[in-house]
Design a protein around this ligand. Structure first.
Ligand SMILES: Cc1cc2nc3c(=O)[nH]c(=O)nc-3n(C[C@H](O)[C@H](O)[C@H](O)COP(=O)(O)OP(=O)(O)OC[C@H]3O[C@@H](n4cnc5c(N)ncnc54)[C@H](O)[C@@H]3O)c2cc1C
Length: 489
């Protein structure tokens, strides 16, 4: 029986970051994953595949060039599922290779198999071949992530009715697609396939969607996706989903019907804790399989057992999971580390992209913070013209009291990269003046920050000390013996 300083269950971003951190601290660490390839949902069915697919779609469809060459322009005419998959497999193989190299270099032990607790300090790992191993550790990290939510009322068949894991195994690109659930995953896939000229219907039972994003940004986004051809059905509860040869039919509670060749069900995910036998460790998950932790240390109610990543719920991002995993490992291995910054960015890789950091205008209003808004449209920037961007906007929110930037919201090309300027200024407690005082590369989309900053600055009261600074400079005092002033008269 082997004993470790830290055993990590799950090799997604949280497990990966924790393992590498533990390896760097020269501790005995083991990562277990029930999948035969490491990397988790992030590498195999979530973040990396969906973003690779997006890049492939935008490149092959010539999406970014269409404002110059017309809506029918395509770089490749007969884009098939094999085109999408070729790049996908290459990227995933590379990601796994990098990950395995990182584990090797940092002396992280790995094991394939499904782990379950047999006691607070003991787990059993069952391999696919049926072998069982018992292992013990001083500390554990549960980083088992999530699995797709598959309600019994949905007739999943792996081909015409699929969840977001199965969707990547497309045999062919459907001519029409229904996406159920306008959350991040649903919106990303719906808009990606619409960019491929697939007829997409996006169904959401609620009247609104992506509620954590500023409403002005969602209005702009909605306008763009409708213009791109997505049939968005909000407030459309589903009554029935039926399959017939070659078609899927959705009957909506409002009496309408939608037919398509394929249906992607993307309405939620559940914490992957059901196989862990949590009770043996003294733990319990909530009704959605999630674990609760102290959000500073990532300790569960059982102090030597930590949990990080999607299994602890919001915000359920690969980016935040990486951060949480590293912090959890440091705490578990008694190593001081910095506290996490309060503001992290959200990236939604839809077409167009959305990215935000800090508060939305609605949140500022709810909190009763007096504010000013600065807005820039990408078409106002020279870079936007060069790129042929007709849409895209950046919105910044500033406190009227402190002048600090408290929220930035972007929709449009490059949003997920651009947001990091805002994130830095926000976390470093910068103000509107940063954007006014500093020079931005020209031409860039980042210039939108300058425009939005000036937009707000020009409407904000000018502080007293700024007025003093704008007085004409005093005449320089004459140096002893200097008569030049006299001679100039
Ligand atoms: C379609 C899609 C797109 C996404 N896009 C983005 C994005 O653009 N940006 C972003 O930041 N995030 C994105 N995410 C979210 C991101 O993938 C997750 O936040 C991230 O993968 C969570 O990481 P994790 O470490 O919690 O575990 P996961 O990546 O979920 O991995 C958990 C691992 O644990 C293993 N496991 C589970 N139970 C056991 C067990 N009992 N024994 C052994 N192993 C076990 C699983 O096999 C799995 O490999 C996306 C997700 C999806 C589904």
């Amino acid at each position: 029986m082997s004993h470790y300083d830290l055993i990590i269950i799950g090799s997604g971003p949280a497990g990966r970051a924790a393992a590498i951190q533990a390896g760097k601290l020269k501790r005995r660490v083991l990562v277990i994953d029930r999948k035969d390839r490491f990397g988790g949902v992030s590498v195999h069915t979530g973040t990396i595949p969906s973003k690779t697919l997006r890049e492939t779609v935008l490149n092959l469809s010539g999406w970014r060039e269409r404002s110059f060459y017309g809506r029918s322009y395509r770089v490749k005419d007969d884009i098939g599922a094999h085109d999408l998959k070729a790049r996908l497999h290459k990227t995933l193989d590379y990601e796994v290779d990098v990950l395995e190299h990182q584990f090797n270099r940092n002396h992280v032990d790995t094991l394939n198999g499904a782990a379950r607790f047999t006691g607070p300090h003991e787990i059993e790992v069952a391999t696919e071949a049926g072998e069982k191993t018992i292992l013990t550790a001083d500390r554990f990290l549960i980083a088992t992530g999530t699995k797709t939510y598959r309600p019994e009322t949905v007739p999943f068949n792996g081909s015409s009715v699929v969840d977001s894991d199965e969707f990547l195994d497309l045999a062919q690109i459907p001519r029409s697609l229904i996406v159920v659930g306008a959350g991040v995953i649903g919106v990303e896939y719906a808009t990606m396939f619409s960019a491929l000229d697939v007829r997409v219907t996006l169904i959401e039972p609620r009247e609104t969607f992506l509620d954590f994003i500023d409403r002005a940004i969602i209005q702009d986004f909605t306008h763009q996706i409708l213009e791109n051809g997505v049939d968005l059905r909000l407030g459309s509860a589903i009554d029935r989903i039926e399959t017939t040869p070659g078609h899927v039919e959705v009957s909506l509670a409002n009496g309408r019907h939608v037919r398509a060749e394929m249906l992607l069900f993307a309405a939620g995910r559940m914490g992957a804790t059901d196989g862990l036998n949590l009770s043996a460790a003294g733990l319990k998950s909530d009704h959605r399989g999630r674990l609760s932790v102290d959000r500073k240390t990532y300790q569960t109610d059982i102090p030597h057992i930590y949990a990080a990543g999607d299994v602890i719920g919001h915000p359920s991002l690969a980016s935040t999971s990486l951060q949480q995993g590293r912090v959890a490992a440091c705490h578990a291995l008694d190593t001081p580390t910095l506290p996490e910054s309060p503001w992290f960015p959200y990236g939604i890789y839809s077409v167009p992209e959305i990215s935000t950091c800090g508060m939305s205008e609605e949140e500022m209003q709810e909190r009763g913070i007096p504010y000013e808004v600065g807005v820039a449209r990408f078409r106002e920037t020279s870079r936007g013209h060069i790129m042929g961007l007709e849409h895209g906007m950046l919105k910044m929110l500033f406190s009227l009291k402190t002048r600090r930037v408290l929220g930035v919201q972007i929709v449009g090309e490059g949003a997920t990269e651009l947001i990091h300027i805002a994130q830095a200024v926000l976390n470093l407690k910068g103000t509107v003046d940063y954007f006014v005082q500093n020079t931005f590369n020209y031409p860039t989309l980042a210039e939108a920050y300058k425009i939005a900053g000036l937009d707000a600055f020009n409407r904000m009261p000018i502080p007293e000390e700024y007025k003093v600074r704008r007085d004409p400079p005093a005449a320089p005092a004459a140096l002893p013996g200097d008569t030049s002033a006299d001679s100039s008269r």
